[in-house]
Design a protein around this ligand. Structure first.
Ligand SMILES: Cc1cc2nc3c(=O)[nH]c(=O)nc-3n(C[C@H](O)[C@H](O)[C@H](O)COP(=O)(O)OP(=O)(O)OC[C@H]3O[C@@H](n4cnc5c(N)ncnc54)[C@H](O)[C@@H]3O)c2cc1C
Ligand SMILES: O=C(O)[C@@H]1CCCCN1
Length: 391
């Protein structure tokens, strides 16, 4: 082996690749993290100020994973002496879940109750006393997952990449990977270098299939552009994080069949972030040419009806991308034909909060260890009918 060689190469320094590299370095693996853009950047899925962290899910396995994940977030905060999320007593925002009484709302409620997650049910007659400035839709019920809060996304990436480097890990940014040659030693070619390693992890977000094409695999992933909209408070402070306004998810609504979700005003003074949980398909390299605003029309109608304290015209619109699988569950698996290549993909717009646990699991998979959780919901073989590969 030459000095160019590593135990493991990770492609993609978004939240999942950064946590994977950090876990590998913690396990004394000589690790290289490659990123196509100069860091930090805002061209993938992990940039921006904030994300929701929550235990409220419709599947037990996500709620279970979050139990440990909260501890891993705290561990990283302590290790790096930085605050990455607002869940400490006073600043914990909680997550308001609203939806038609029957349907998904009941599934969320049962999962939370079954897993003994502390929640508060808000009867309609008490709703406005707890959550002023929001109109609960007719026929909707509401609860609060009190464990939930706001994660700081950009700060997380900076922190975890910094800790990785402190552990001896190497980051090479501005190095787009243009070829992968699988084998017992994998060769990775970038625009300016050739690197070899015993193991490879691909965490390329919206570019997953571009990279996987070098390995003879394509996954059924759809890349969606999300318009990240911020809305101005008519009375400054009414939806503010300091006043303990919660994050929220509106499961279904008159306006939309997909979720609408929001975070209290925080990063931009007087502006609350509210987005639609889907958008128009895009090529990740042509994101800015996708100008569909159908999601913004839906949000304007919803905000006018349910958030009367916001001006229903977005004050700021930023862009982000989801990489969505047909069932909205992640891909955490070994490559079907090259067992020293590990894939983390398809985080379907809800992967950030899982970063620490995804990093741990991808590290375990790459080292041939038995993963800490049952990964059957995340296996590639569930796509048998969709994947263009010899599975
Ligand atoms: C608007 C929005 C809101 C969201 N809200 C939440 C939320 O509230 N809570 C939550 O938990 N999750 C949320 N998510 C989802 C979460 O942010 C994503 O699941 C997560 O960021 C995905 O991370 P990733 O590392 O897989 O992808 P990315 O962050 O896209 O990272 C992939 C990286 O690979 C690099 N790369 C690609 N190709 C190459 C190449 N050829 N060579 C080198 N590098 C390459 C890319 O440049 C990129 O940096 C949200 C996402 C969006 C867009
Ligand atoms: O992962 C989350 O918590 C949010 C919820 C709503 C949709 C976008 N992602």
């Amino acid at each position: 082996m030459s000095s160019q060689d590593y135990d493991c190469i990770v492609i993609g320094a978004g939240v999942q690749g950064s946590f994977t590299a950090y876990n590998l370095a913690k396990n004394n693996k000589k690790t290289l993290l490659l990123e196509q853009f100069v860091l930090p950047h805002s061209r993938g899925s992990s940039h921006g100020q904030t994300r929701i962290i929550r235990k409220a899910y419709d599947e037990d396995y996500y709620t279970h994973m979050m139990e440990e994940c909260y501890q891993l977030w705290s561990q990283l905060e302590k290790e790096a002496n930085v605050k990455l999320y607002r869940t400490s007593s006073l600043r914990r925002t909680g997550l308001l879940v609203m939806g038609p009484e029957q349907g998904d709302y009941q599934v969320f409620k049962s999962t939370l109750e079954r897993n003994k997650v502390p929640i508060v049910i808000l009867p309609r007659e008490e709703f406005s006393q707890h959550i002023p400035h929001v109109n609960l839709s007719q026929g909707n019920a509401a609860l609060v997952d009190t464990t939930a809060g706001v994660l700081y996304a950009d700060r997380t990436l900076k922190t975890v990449q910094g800790q990785f480097q402190k552990l001896g890990g190497v980051i090479k940014d501005g190095q787009k990977v243009i070829d992968i040659t699988p084998g017992s030693v994998v060769t990775v070619t970038t625009v300016s270098g050739v690197y070899r390693a015993k193991r490879l992890v691909i965490t390329a977000g919206p570019w997953a299939n571009t990279l996987l094409s070098h390995t003879g695999l394509q996954l059924p992933l759809q890349v969606i552009k999300i318009n990240v909209c911020y809305w101005r408070e008519k009375i400054p402070g009414s939806y503010n994080v300091q006043h303990r306004f919660p994050c929220f998810i509106q499961l279904e609504s008159e306006e939309a069949k997909h979720h609408i979700y929001g975070l209290p005003s925080n990063e931009y003074p007087g502006l609350m972030k509210i987005c639609y949980h889907t958008g128009a398909e895009t090529d990740p390299d042509e994101r800015d040419r996708q100008t569909d605003r159908g999601d913004i029309d839906i949000l304007q109608r919803y905000i006018t009806r349910c958030f009367p304290g916001l001006v229903p015209i977005p004050a700021v619109v930023e862009s982000c991308m989801y990489t969505v699988t047909p069932d909205n569950h992640f891909v955490l698996d070994l490559h079907p034909t090259h067992s020293n290549i590990v894939i983390g993909a398809g985080f379907s717009g809800h992967g950030f909060k899982f970063g620490p646990i995804v990093g741990k699991l991808l590290c375990e998979l790459s080292q041939g260890e038995v993963p800490s959780y049952d990964l059957s919901p995340f296996r590639i073989r569930r796509f048998q009918a969709h994947s263009k590969s010899a599975l």
